[in-house]
Design a protein around this ligand. Sequence first.
Ligand code: ZN
Ligand code: ZN
Length: 167
Amino acid sequence: MKCYNVALVTPCSSAPAMPAPTLPSEKSAAALITACGGRITRTRLAVLGILHDSAHSLSHDDIAAQLLALDVHHDRVTLYRTLDWLVEQGLAHRVSGLDRAWRFNSGGDDAGAHAHFHCDRCGHVVCLESIRPDESLALPAGYRPERAELVFHGTCPDCGRRRAEDA
Ligand SMILES: [Zn+2]
Ligand SMILES: [Zn+2]
């Protein structure tokens, strides 16, 4: 069950082209967790804050490293459970990276509801909330799509700049 009864987390189906909600403060993160009926734990607060503050998606390892930097002690299982819980509650979503490992983004949008950009150089995955796969595309008769995934591959601005400097 997804939790959408929070003003800051808008289901994207009713709000197309809305920018991703940003709430870096732990107070906002706590409000979101409480609104979902969840228990506030140090790990949940920290992980939600980390995801919201990141411009691109993060892998388990990225998040684990940031938790350590924040001095939030955790084990792998706790981190997996925390991420699963955030995804279940619609506070985060996951996309599969080039290496097939999951990457996590904040926001309750279904991963298939908006497009993603994969940078093939640094591996970062970025949400493109304003670009939405059009499920009404003309499909052959008899096909009923339930979801579509749109992924762009290429070079992110940072890697593009680096390449221009190297040239
Ligand atoms: Zn890149
Ligand atoms: Zn996304």
